[in-house]
Design a protein around this ligand. Sequence first.
Ligand SMILES: Cc1cc2nc3c(=O)[nH]c(=O)nc-3n(C[C@H](O)[C@H](O)[C@H](O)COP(=O)(O)OP(=O)(O)OC[C@H]3O[C@@H](n4cnc5c(N)ncnc54)[C@H](O)[C@@H]3O)c2cc1C
Length: 546
Amino acid sequence: MERYAFAPPCKLPRWPFMPPPELGSDTVTRHPIVIAGAGPAGLTLACELAQRGVRAVLLDEDDTVGVRGASSRGICHAQKTLEIFDRLGLYARIADKGITWSFGRTFSGEQEVYSFNLQTDSVSVQPPFINLQQFYVEWFLVERILELGLVELRWKNRVAQVTPMDDGVRIEVETPAGRYTIDADHLVDATGAHSLIRTQLGLDAHASRSTDRWCISDVRFRKPLPTERWTWVDAPFNEGRGVWQHLMGDGVWRIDYQMPEDCDTAHISKPEVAGARLRAQLGPGVEFEFVWIGPYGYRDHLLDRFRHGRVLFVGDAAHVVSPFGARGGNSGIQDAANLGWKLALVAQGRAGDALLDTYDAERRPAAAQNLEVTRRSARFLAPRSAAEHTLRRAVIALASRYAFARGLVNTGRMSVANDYPTAPHLPQGGRSVQNLPLQWTDGTPTTLMQLLADGTQLLGLWFAPTRAQAAAAIDAAAALPLKIVAVGGDCGLPTLRPEAALSRHLGLTAPGALCLLRPDAYRAALLDEATPALLVAALRTALAQA
Ligand SMILES: Cc1cc2nc3c(=O)[nH]c(=O)nc-3n(C[C@H](O)[C@H](O)[C@H](O)COP(=O)(O)OP(=O)(O)OC[C@H]3O[C@@H](n4cnc5c(N)ncnc54)[C@H](O)[C@@H]3O)c2cc1C
């Protein structure tokens, strides 16, 4: 095997530029929803809308997926993201191509100091994590969007200028065939970390840049390594600095090496230098081929608000975190799932504008939480002050002898679904629920995501309502986006078997209780003794109509 061969795992697809109808026209067309940016966040939003029967225009300045000339950025896709992809109909492809894992080990020097099994707390059909190169996920999203058919995907269409208006947004777009203008009722900025829209609107994202430096080696080995997530806080084979090791699709390993802060980035990325690092780690005889080598530094930022009038920000355009714990792409995809059903209901005239404010009320705190968690990891890995250095040394020393200190060794806390704080539309707070396997009373299997997949409505799971209650609730909520499913009992509605996991996970512990679930699989309300009137009131509250 050639030691320094570069072997891209696959050829990325390209989609053709199609001149849009507005080119060369003096009339400005108005679209209900325009999404700028076809990365994971913009594509997931487009897919959500298409699945819900809502049209959108998606503009991207490029004509392919991933970052041209670079390797994959994201690789770890968390359970909540995988559940969203299941609902959107692309999970099977991701599971097929990716590497499923739940177990991670952290080492200090030669010693294992911490391990976790994320499967322990899971009741979901989806695993805690699947590793797959981000460009594959984007590729599968594009193909699913094309299959669903309602989104106009415009490649090589660069958003050049955005002007907010009272009732919408004016957007100027550059293409290889010239410039054109469109209006949108709502514009979603999914253009990533360097959003030009954010800059044009004069919004400060409070960016801060770290001086910590890393070098990625994406590598194929002749002899496989264990398919667990291994991290070293101070690897002896990397001069006492951090190392990460993960398998992704096509048998490619992502190995990240922490580098000295003042390193020469061109030098550390040379194949012979990266090759020497691999041999120091895996032995002089290790046989490998490089797929890609590249240095990276990281930054973070967070917008003060994710909604500015008719412009909404999702993904890296709204928030960027350091890559420790895979919270970047995952949270952008979860932004999209949060916004998708709300925009769909507003575009269909079935909910008011106030529902869109709840996007900011939920996803901004989620992003702030992710920022806090990843900053803590980043500062453990690259301490900034004498006190932080002392703390780190003490934690590492104690971890080798005492169990209590092991959990403090922080090489990244893996992405989890963020619960939402209490708010007027969420009086009990919003709790993420997992994709439980379920059964109808006739034994037919289903899942929670399947119950949430069609249409855009909230789901009332009601523990053994009476026939009279069920009929009255259907009448009372006739004009509202609600589907009711019974759990046990004999009320004439579609009925699930009352299994223990379902009752426990959703809090349906006694007959009469009702769990109101949102289309993004968050619990909006738990009613101990539901009545049709209480159910309608809870639904209106969740839709920000109260
Ligand atoms: C080394 C590294 C490892 C990472 N690992 C993980 C991980 O394991 N898991 C994880 O969840 N996250 C990870 N991330 C983070 C993840 O890659 C990003 O958070 C994610 O790509 C953000 O998605 P996005 O859709 O918001 O933006 P982007 O992916 O940046 O997409 C933006 C899109 O907008 C388009 N665009 C830009 N400007 C314009 C314009 N003016 N007009 C039209 N189109 C435009 C671009 O062409 C692009 O397609 C990692 C990041 C790095 C750097």
